[in-house]
Design a protein around this ligand. Structure first.
Ligand SMILES: NC(=O)c1ccc[n+]([C@@H]2O[C@H](COP(=O)([O-])OP(=O)(O)OC[C@H]3O[C@@H](n4cnc5c(N)ncnc54)[C@H](OP(=O)(O)O)[C@@H]3O)[C@@H](O)[C@H]2O)c1
Length: 292
């Protein structure tokens, strides 16, 4: 991807999961274009090492680090308050942090971890940052999903997978969830100067799946050397976040910088509204934008 140096000067961009893989390559790409980058990481030393590397690699000192464990709703609320308090504006929010979790575990809030981290965290963080995004318009939200969403089902009868947990099923559901959220939010904020899109980055050789147990994670690790680099995986994320031709484009699913159709189920507006209501209840969000 050809990046115009300085094209993002004066733009503040938050990237979650920015110390590794696609998130780190995205943060570096934004810094290279002159943006003020705010890295959100959960681990101090890992975050600081990536921050120093990005600053020296790009020559851009304007790279901040905020710490937050995004599986915790209290941490997300603290993070959103810190962003709103510390920065005058927010032009780009990249919801990238995510994981494949095996065996099943619960967050501090008592929620199944995959659903909480991959879907509820972007839902809550984005809604809490909507005011500053709107005030900074034009602004862009980029949600990192996966092609695996196509195998996902929303299992509202056992959303926390207490009866039956399959790591891949939970992952696929969470990635369908973030697409349903992307399309629903795009509808709800239409006309406010905030675009909302999602991206499948391709199969990427990152730390993804490294700490998960089970056959799928083992197979994924086996095929990693054949997968694309994090920089290649970040290309479409950066394209949505920065390309002039993406100005005003909203409610899309992109792969390799092209608009693609996501699964049939992901366009179900009734399902999207149901998921929104459940997510709002699970996160205690009561001031989210209503449908127009
Ligand atoms: N790799 C692929 O083939 C692929 C394909 C499709 C979609 N994706 C999606 O791409 C996104 C990035 O994944 P990746 O491949 O770059 O994997 P990665 O190298 O494992 O990066 C994931 C990032 O998320 C962070 N993270 C995990 N749990 C967190 C938590 N509780 N709070 C805050 N941050 C947390 C990680 O931090 P730590 O370093 O501290 O763990 C790391 O910075 C994910 O949403 C993933 O689902 C990946």
């Amino acid at each position: 991807m050809v990046e115009a140096i300085g094209a993002m000067e004066g733009r503040t961009c938050v990237v979650t999961g920015a110390n590794s893989g696609i998130g780190k390559a995205t943060a570096a790409g934004l810094a290279r274009q002159g943006a003020h980058v705010v890295m959100v990481c959960r681990d101090g030393p890992r975050g600081e090492a990536a921050q120093a590397e990005i600053q020296s690699l790009t020559g851009n000192p304007s790279v901040d680090l905020l710490l937050a464990d995004l599986s915790s709703q209290a941490a997300i609320r603290t993070l959103a308050a810190e962003i709103t308090r510390s920065f005058e504006s927010l032009h780009v929010l990249v919801n990238n942090a995510g994981a494949l979790v095996n065996p099943r575990k619960e967050t501090a809030d008592g929620l199944e971890y995959t659903f909480a981290l991959n879907h509820l965290a972007p839902f809550l963080l984005t809604n809490l940052l909507l005011d500053i995004l709107t005030a900074s318009a034009p602004a862009r939200v980029v949600n990192v999903t996966s092609g695996a969403h196509a195998m996902g089902r929303m299992r509202f009868d056992d959303l926390q997978a207490r009866r039956r947990y399959r790591a891949l099923g939970a992952y696929n559901q969470s990635k369908l969830g973030i697409i349903l959220f992307t399309y629903e939010l795009a509808r709800r904020v239409e006309g406010r100067g905030v675009t909302v899109n999602c991206v499948h980055p391709g199969g990427v050789n990152s730390n993804f799946g490294n700490s998960a147990k089970g056959a799928f994670a083992a197979m994924f690790r086996l095929f990693k050397p054949l997968m694309r680099s994090p920089e290649k995986g970040a290309e479409t994320v950066l394209y949505i976040a920065t390309a002039p031709e993406m100005e005003g484009v909203t409610g899309g699913y992109l792969v390799d910088r092209e608009s693609r159709a996501s699964s049939r189920r992901s366009y179900d507006e009734g399902l999207a509204r149901q998921l929104w209501d459940v997510s709002a209840e699970l996160t205690g969000l009561d001031d989210a934008p209503r449908p127009a």
